[in-house]
Structure formats: C-alpha cells, structure tokens
Write a protein that binds this ligand. Structure first.
Ligand SMILES: [Zn+2]
Length: 268
C-alpha cells in the first residue's frame, strides 16, 4: 500500500477546495459548528458563501501589513472594486480599511506586536487528522504570534451559548479557539508553545485599538471543546454520517423544502 503524499500548501492553493478537503482548519471547524450541511456543501463546492466585499476588505487590510508590494498588488488586481470611477477616491469599505490601517501603523506598540514573518502557512496532525493554518505574523525570536482582527467595537457584549454567559467579540467569534489551535500547530512545528496576541482595531471613526493577550488557562478548554466535536466532524467529512441542518443559514434557506405548517409559537 502506498500512502498519498500530502498536498503541499502554498499561498496560491491554501484556500483551494483540494486543500479544504484534505485539511481541517479553524474556519472549517467553525462552519461545522454553525451548520453541518452548509460546511459540507462548501467543502463539496455545492455552495459558496456570499461575504460581499468582506473577504476582500480583510485581505486588503492584511496585505497592508504584509508588504508594500502585496498591498500594491491587491490594489491593482481589484482596482474596479476598490476605486470609484472617474477618480472619486476609494469606496467607503476601503476608505474605512485605510483609516484602520493608518491607526495601527501610527501606533508604535501595535506595530511592535505585529513584528515578525507574515502570512506563514503551517500544518500539523491534531485529533488524528491534518490541520492547516495561516498565521498573520509569527516571531521566532520571542516565541510569539499575532493575529490582526477588525471588529465593530472593543466593548460590545454578546450572548454565548458555548460559554453560557455574555462575552467579548474575542470569544463570540471563537478567536480564543483559533489561538489555542494555532498554538498547538506551532508547537508541533517548533517544539515550543508560543504566546498569541491579537491586534484589534475597530470600525469606528476614529478607530479604537488594543493589543490583547490571553491567560494560558484559557486554551485547554478550547482544545477539549474541539476534541469533543471532532469525532463527528471527521465522520461527516468522510461522508459516513448524514449532516444536520440548522434551518437558519443561507445554505439552509436556499435549499429549504416546506413540508408542513408552523405554529406561530415555534417561530421565536
Ligand atoms: Zn444551515
């Protein structure tokens, strides 16, 4: 028996369907948590999530910290989406992104937190399956890594079913889970546990900002949480069990077939 050689990930194929089939990632895990049917439909290329401009705005913001060349390239390749016709400047999403980029670039401490090698792809085997991740910034001389996050506001509270309490945007978007998983993947590659940081910048005008660190005690809960879900997600991805439907997400709405009436009390 010959084992298939694992797919070598590059900046070009990192987000490809081949890579998403072969590797788990934190975003795929989050897809499964949100809706198993949607997650599988995305893996099988039967459904594409509509993010509007959000993905490009995210890449644009990240490129600004990667290198001048990366930022120039993304501006050139997407000039019709970024720039208004007839020299009217940039569209509002990108004007705001520029404001957020400037906010971070003008803060020495935030820039210090971002120092390191950018957009680093790593893989590892966790819970019996291969995982991939792409780290915004990793610093091997001080054993740290940093992720850049944009958010509506730093102080907003969200109800979390997972934590059974009100939490910040960091927990609400499962960024602690992301950092815990990246920390394990880095550990497998380097033999050391690196400390994660989030450089957060808000979409307010003027933007607020913070460099966030994590108490180490937070990570084991997240790893246990992932491990608890993985048996099912591995079976789902292998097609060995049928996915449930959340009946809320865009995929479920799109594929919904009515069979019965709904008593109004069931709506909320
Ligand atoms: Zn759904």
């Amino acid at each position: 028996m010959t084992l298939a050689k694992p797919l070598q990930l590059t900046q070009t194929n990192y987000h490809s369907s081949e890579a998403n089939r072969e590797y788990f990632s934190v975003s795929q895990f989050k897809d499964f948590m949100e809706c198993e049917s949607k997650a599988l439909a995305k893996i099988n290329e039967e459904f594409e999530e509509s993010y509007g401009n959000a993905l490009l705005v995210g890449s644009y913001t990240h490129a600004a910290f990667e290198s001048d060349e990366a930022f120039r390239t993304i501006n050139e390749e997407n000039s019709d989406v970024i720039f208004k016709k007839r020299g009217g400047g940039k569209y509002a999403d990108f004007e705001l992104a520029d404001l957020m980029i400037e906010t971070i670039k003008n803060d020495k401490f935030a820039m210090f937190a971002m120092e390191g090698e950018k957009e680093i792809i790593l893989t590892a085997e966790l819970f019996g399956v291969p995982w991939k991740c792409k780290i915004d910034s990793i610093n091997h001389s001080r054993n740290t890594f940093t992720d850049l996050k944009t958010t509506r506001s730093l102080k907003q509270r969200f109800w979390s079913d997972k934590y059974q309490k009100y939490v910040s945007f960091v927990e609400a978007w499962d960024y602690v889970l992301q950092m815990a998983m990246y920390r394990e993947i880095i550990h497998q590659n380097t033999g050391a546990y690196y400390s994660p940081y989030i450089v957060a910048v808000t979409k307010e005008d003027p933007p607020d900002k913070a460099v966030l660190h994590f108490d180490d005690s937070r990570f084991q809960f997240e790893l246990d949480f992932v491990e608890h879900m993985m048996d099912r997600y591995i079976e789902l991805k292998a097609g060995k069990t049928a996915p449930s439907r959340c009946e809320k997400c865009a995929y479920c709405r799109k594929t919904k077939q009515l069979k019965d009436t709904v008593e109004i009390g069931e709506l909320v």
